[in-house]
Design a protein around this ligand. Structure first.
Ligand SMILES: Cc1cc2nc3c(=O)[nH]c(=O)nc-3n(C[C@H](O)[C@H](O)[C@H](O)COP(=O)(O)OP(=O)(O)OC[C@H]3O[C@@H](n4cnc5c(N)ncnc54)[C@H](O)[C@@H]3O)c2cc1C
Length: 314
């Protein structure tokens, strides 16, 4: 039920990754007085990585957390109201749209920009967590370059894993692909690309026992589950490609999404199926998942929100 005490917001941005901050910069400069809730991970996924070398404008590269601090300052400079808090529920059938923060604070909003990103799935090994950013990565396109000419391993058996293994094989001297079963889930064409590539060795029926190394990845210990044997393979990079989970659960009852939970937008726009609700960044992007594409769609979301409000006469 609508509470009379709910704070009303013109443009609410949920999430503080590259998509959310870019939306904030554009929305603030357009006079929409955006309010942003940062969520559990202020700054988003890039705060857990070291070097970012592929975001335009940083010729010498930049540390992920530093880049996100720059984006935050830029959003604040134009007056974005940046707050701590997690969106825990929404009612997108209500007019204006209703959003609950931290299960207690009720808000209403004329426009909502969803920029909640996606979380990589991990194997759950303590060594994987300890060496994350020091040789362990969930993004071959982002971090493969650091291992050019070196030996790496990748875990996964789907299309993304196959694609990333092929990508890594272009850069690295050797790629071990660790596949739990005796077959892959990847499409036939992707499998063929992997199997035909002389630089990729598929380790069938194999699981990761432990990633080894004190301060950086030095090797992986794998176990063949059929033979019951283990072996250590020297590597420099360990890539996890077992999927991502878009942070879209609370929106799914209202918004069209695919079977994995990625929000669907009208092609070429950030518009969802609900008026005044826009989605940008990794939460709606299964394909590219890069900071620059997230920022690009964040810009689209702010412009779409601005045009939506203008059409309403606001
Ligand atoms: C280890 C690693 C290294 C990477 N390196 C690179 C790289 O070098 N170059 C590159 O281009 N890309 C890189 N990426 C990918 C890049 O980080 C993502 O594509 C990008 O961050 C996506 O931006 P986003 O704004 O959509 O979401 P995210 O960065 O995922 O941010 C999501 C935001 O939403 C917030 N949020 C989630 N749920 C809620 C909620 N319910 N309420 C409020 N807030 C919420 C989170 O707190 C977070 O602030 C890397 C990713 C990883 C994991």
């Amino acid at each position: 039920m609508a509470s009379t005490t709910a704070e009303h917001i013109h443009c609410l941005i949920i999430g503080s990754g590259p998509a959310g901050y870019t939306a904030a910069i554009y929305a603030a400069r357009a006079g929409l007085k955006p309010v942003m809730y940062q969520g559990l991970q202020p700054g988003g996924q890039l705060t857990i990585t070291n070097d970012v070398e592929n975001f335009p404008g940083y010729p010498d590269g930049v540390m992920g957390p530093e880049m996100m601090e720059d984006l935050k300052k830029q959003a604040e400079r134009f007056g974005t109201d940046i707050r701590y808090g997690i969106a825990t529920a929404v009612d997108f059938e209500a007019h204006p749209r209703r959003i609950t923060i931290d299960e207690k604070l009720e808000l209403t909003a004329d426009t909502v920009i969803i920029a909640t990103g996606a979380s990589a799935k991990w194997l759950g090994l303590p060594s994987e967590q300890r060496l994350n950013g020091s040789g362990v990565s969930a993004c071959a396109v982002c971090d493969g370059f650091f291992y050019r000419g070196k030996e790496v391993a990748i875990v996964g058996a789907g299309d993304t894993a196959a694609e990333e293994a092929t990508y890594l094989a272009n850069l690295c001297s050797k790629v071990y692909m660790i596949v739990r079963k005796g077959e892959m889930k990847a499409s036939k064409i992707m499998q063929k690309r992997v199997l035909d590539n002389p630089k990729i060795e598929v380790l069938w029926n194999t699981v990761t026992d432990e990633i080894l190394g004190e301060h950086a990845v030095e090797a992986v210990r794998v176990k063949n589950v059929v033979e019951g044997t283990t072996r250590e393979i020297p590597i420099h990079g360990f890539f996890v490609a077992i999927g991502h989970e878009p942070n879209s659960k609370i929106f799914q009852p209202y918004l069209h999404h695919d079977e994995q939970g990625y929000l669907k937008t009208l092609p070429g726009t950030s518009k969802t199926n609900i008026d005044g609700v826009f989605a940008c960044g990794d939460v709606q992007d299964f394909t590219y998942r890069q900071a620059v594409t997230a920022a690009g769609t964040g810009c689209m979301a702010a412009l779409d929100a601005e045009r939506y409000l203008a059409a309403l006469g606001d």
